[in-house]
Design a protein around this ligand. Structure first.
Ligand code: NAD
Ligand code: DAU
Length: 349
């Protein structure tokens, strides 16, 4: 049994689906079902006894204690977080509550449970984090490696950095068997359409502007979500305790290039009915405050030590992603109803 937190969100639900496609080991999935969590993501597991969904908060100490006692997981994989940088700029409070205090409560509950285990060294606490904790790179700087200093620039990345430090401290102070992963930008199925790639696909199909912050020359390092999930599994299996592993697929791309590529794939797979090109919808808008210019992951440690490699290139992953959104219009319709309108949709109404 493993305990996954945030398993109804984008990466967590891909992780749970892939895990149960390959293993029979059951999953307890604890998720607060915020705007970003969606049980539809887990619909293929309806009625599957290997998946136990628990609606609850990682900040709820009593619930956590009960879950650990009842299910006796051999590992925790902590995805639960507030994850969107723009939202953290408009309202940082939830990021502090979940990403810092929530992770702290989860660590405390894990420590109490682990302290009572006979085979303490068999337990794992895997904390899923981000490359944003390292801050921004200049055009010629080497990519982030595991020795790069933390220099977070947004409330989101600062809250994730704090959680990473707590996880590290629980290893050094209490000996809790932890491992942390710092991954680059994910994309793929089940991605909530507030983030660049799914937002652009959604807006393109709705005939709305495709917003590019600033000059669009900011660089992100893109990884197909299923490759992130396979890397986490590999780290859970063989990662060294107390270590951190950077995860990325060597796919640095400027935002404008990403959006242009999406437009070209859409032009091919679902041409506009008026015969025009989706690229005509691109609109340069005001920049994000504190916008990091460049992220890039040096993935040599996980490749050399654990033999992990991504399966998708940027080009193959983007095609799969556009195809998925075209084939899953009902999923998009579902997640963009209700509270979504309060955030993204009102900007284009
Ligand atoms: P997401 O926003 O899609 O999903 C987060 C999930 O956590 C949601 O299901 C939400 O309901 C749940 N959640 C939020 N607060 C909770 C709480 N207090 N208790 C329990 N559940 C709660 O995020 P994502 O993109 O899937 O990211 C998952 C993790 O991976 C995050 O920790 C994020 O920092 C990290 N990460 C994301 C990326 C990326 O590109 N998306 C890259 C690297 C790392
Ligand atoms: O690097 C990993 C991080 O990637 C994760 O830790 C975060 O959880 C995840 O949200 C993501 O953060 P970003 O801020 O990089 O992702 P986002 O999709 O919001 O933006 C990607 C880039 O595109 C960024 O440079 C901002 C820009 N952008 C974004 C949006 C939503 C635009 O130009 N226009 C937009 O409308």
């Amino acid at each position: 049994m493993i305990l996954v937190t945030g398993g109804a969100g984008f990466i967590g639900s891909n992780f749970v689906l892939d895990w149960l496609a390959d293993h029979d080991e059951p999953v307890v999935n604890l998720d607060a079902l915020t705007y970003a969590g969606n049980l539809n993501n887990l619909r293929p597991l309806e009625g599957d006894p290997r998946h136990i969904f628990v609606h609850g908060n990682i900040g709820d100490a009593a619930l956590l204690s009960d879950l650990f006692t009842r299910h006796k997981p051999r590992a925790v994989v902590n995805f639960a977080a507030e994850s969107h940088v723009d939202r953290s700029i408009h309202g940082p409070e939830d990021f502090i509550q979940t990403n810092i205090l929530g992770t702290f409560r989860l660590l405390e509950a894990a420590r109490a449970y682990w302290g009572g285990l006979e085979n303490k060294s068999d337990f794992r606490f895997l904390h899923v984090s981000t490359d944003e904790v390292f801050g921004t790179l200049g055009a010629d700087d080497p990519a982030f490696n595991e020795e790069t200093s933390y220099r977070p620039n947004s409330p989101y990345s600062a809250s994730k950095a704090a959680s990473d430090h707590l996880v590290r401290a629980y290893f050094h102070t209490y000996g809790l068997p932890v491992v942390t992963t710092n991954c680059s930008n994910n994309y793929g199925p089940l991605h909530f359409p507030e983030k660049l790639i799914p937002l652009v696909i959604h807006n393109a199909l709705k005939g709305r502007p495709l917003p590019i912050y600033g000059d669009g020359m900011q660089i992100r390092d893109w990884l197909y979500v299923k490759d992130h999930c396979s890397a986490i599994r590999r780290v859970l299996e063989a990662g060294r305790l107390g270590e951190t592993y950077n995860i990325g697929g060597w796919n640095e791309r400027a935002n404008l290039h990403v959006v242009t590529t999406l437009c070209e794939v859409l032009d091919e797979l679902q041409p506009r009915s008026d015969g025009k090109k989706y690229g005509e919808q691109i609109a340069f808008v005001a920049d994000r405050p504190g916008h990091d210019r460049r992220y890039a992951i040096d993935a040599r440690k996980i490749e050399a030590e654990l033999g992990w490699r991504p399966a998708e290139t940027f080009e193959s992953g983007i095609r799969k992603t556009v195809r998925w959104y075209l084939d899953n219009a009902d999923w998009v319709e579902n997640v963009t109803s209700g509270s979504y309108r309060n955030w993204v949709e009102k900007q284009y109404a």
